[in-house]
Design a protein around this ligand. Structure first.
Ligand code: PNS
Length: 168
């Protein structure tokens, strides 16, 4: 049974520094509900990301190859204004645990205040992914731990390369 609403453009915004299998699960499930899903990488150097926006977009593009209704983009400034410019009516976000809820609630309500016509849609993280975060993946990879199964293989390779560069 299809739940897809063809006319809906949704944005899945995030830092994606880097993309994890938790994000990918959300992309797979989210894209089945909408006509087009635009994954948008936040361009915010103040967060001191490990990967540049271009690198993060490359990793996403590789991972979503073959997903016909998915596009990759980046944004800065207000998410609600960017979503409106794109003609998106839905912001997609994932919730892993109750600890995500408070921050997500605040963001969703603020975005609704800024743009009442845009709805935030939450999907629960897959149960096997609910402990995965980009922050922990980076920490484990930086300390030489195994992140296989937590991120796509291409991301695993980029993490290894990035942390071996920083040792020289
Ligand atoms: O992957 P993240 O870091 O949890 O994503 C956070 C993101 C990009 C969704 C959030 O920081 C954001 O929307 N930033 C844009 C700035 C903005 O619109 N702020 C005010 C409304 S919350």
């Amino acid at each position: 049974m299809s739940l897809r609403t063809e006319s809906v453009v949704a944005i899945y915004p995030g830092s994606f520094d880097p993309l994890t299998n938790g994000h990918l699960d959300l992309i797979e499930r989210g894209r089945r509900l909408v006509g087009k899903l635009v994954i948008s990488v936040l361009n915010n150097e103040a967060k001191h990301p490990l990967f540049s926006v271009d690198e993060r977009m490359d990793m996403l593009s590789e991972a979503v190859e073959g997903m016909d209704n998915v596009e990759i983009d980046s944004f800065d400034g207000l998410l609600a204004e960017y979503a409106a410019r794109l003609g998106a009516s839905v912001i997609l976000r994932g919730i892993r645990a109750i600890s995500d809820y408070e921050h997500e609630l605040q963001m969703a309500l603020m975005n609704r205040r800024l743009r009442p016509d845009i709805e935030t849609m939450f999907l629960l993280a897959g149960e096997g992914n609910s402990f995965i975060s980009s922050r922990l993946v980076k920490e484990v990879a930086r300390l030489g731990g195994n992140v296989s199964g937590l991120v796509p293989a291409a991301v695993e390779n980029r993490l290894a390369a990035r942390f071996s560069e920083s040792k020289v």
